[in-house]
Design a protein around this ligand. Structure first.
Ligand code: NAP
Length: 305
């Protein structure tokens, strides 16, 4: 039995583990299918404080992971596939392996949805991105495209318009999911050109990375190659909460609901990072929430055990 099981090894989970371990709790961390979380799919991170020259996303996560292990957290490279939070101790399973815990911190994050283009693997970070705040800086004075018609797409297009020479906003229908105010702001932005109704069906690249997006006009079916250096997919995120949904309250989009900072509806179960925050979604805010969850877990165990 562990004092605390942390599920997820992004900035939220690893920060939580650093705090609970230093607080004297036996901490077991399950890495899941993507050890290090979303930052392992990015390139340079320039907005995480403490690194004057920036740091590569995978290196930042590898350092955080090594730090948690050096302090004494046990990292298990398996995925939690089932839980039972109906009674104490809390129970979790990684395949056949069962583990009991006094407290659980869920930091399983969210996964950015992608278009499913054939080039997605090799071009991710070399022209394709799912995060303008993370990667926009690398497209200064370049021509980029954003795909999507929700608030995220509007926000990303407006953010990128301050850096890029031109932003194409590609959406598949004349109606937007985004709020009116965001759509109006985007339409008024002289650096943003809307391309509607189009979807992106392919990409063209050279050795340096992306050079063109291949679009298809939805009504006519006609294909068009558009020169862009960056293609940002802003078509929503999927919170990784399926395993917990029988026990924990979620909002209508599947994000875990928290109150009193990081507490879920089950006493002793806390949530931190993107799994409970669809607004900021930054490494530093996730780490901050991980710290809160870690400290709240220490207090919970002191009070109940
Ligand atoms: P969203 O509202 O679900 O919008 C996703 C958009 O992507 C839709 O326009 C959808 O098109 C499009 N899309 C989905 N799959 C696609 C595909 N395979 N190919 C092409 N287009 C595709 O997601 P979101 O924009 O990330 O917003 C999520 C939530 O966060 C919303 O509640 C939003 O209000 C909130 N949010 C708020 C702010 C803010 O207030 N500042 C900022 C960001 C997000 P269709 O419309 O045709 O389905």
């Amino acid at each position: 039995m562990s004092d605390v099981v942390v599920v997820g090894t992004g900035p939220a989970g690893l920060t939580a583990a650093i705090y609970t371990t230093r607080g004297g709790l036996k901490t077991t961390v399950f890495a899941g299918i993507q050890h290090g979380g979303q930052l392992t799919t990015t390139t340079e991170v320039e907005n995480f404080p403490g690194f004057r020259e920036g740091i590569m996303g995978p290196q930042l996560m590898s350092e955080m992971s090594a730090q948690a292990e050096r302090i004494g957290a046990e990292i298990v490279y398996e995925e939690i596939t089932k839980v039972d939070f109906s009674k104490k101790p809390l129970r979790l399973w990684a395949g056949d392996r069962e583990i009991e815990a006094k407290a659980v911190i869920i930091a399983t994050g969210a996964t950015a949805k992608t278009l499913g283009l054939p080039s997605e693997g090799p071009l991710m970070g070399r022209g394709l991105s799912t995060c303008a705040t993370c990667d926009g800086f690398f497209y200064k004075n370049k021509r980029v495209a954003v795909v999507g018609g929700g608030d995220s797409a509007m926000e990303e297009a407006n953010y990128l318009s301050k850096l890029a020479s031109e932003v194409l906003l590609i959406h598949r229908r004349p109606v937007f999911r985004a709020s009116n105010i965001m759509v109006e702001r985007t339409k008024k932005n002289p650096k943003i050109k809307m391309m509607i109704p189009y979807d992106v069906v392919d990409t063209i690249a050279n050795d340096a990375g992306l050079t063109h997006a291949v679009l298809r006009h939805i009504d006519s079916g006609k294909r068009e190659e558009v020169a862009v250096d960056g293609l940002f997919m802003a078509i929503g995120h999927r919170p990784n909460s399926t395993v917990f949904k029988d026990y924990l309250e979620t909002d209508e989009n599947g994000y875990l609901k928290v109150r009193d900072f990081t507490a879920t509806n089950v006493p002793g179960v806390f949530a931190a990072g993107d799994i409970a925050d669809h607004v900021f979604r930054q490494a530093i805010t996730a780490a901050g929430m991980g710290c809160q969850a870690g400290m709240q877990t220490i207090r919970y165990i002191e009070e109940h055990y």
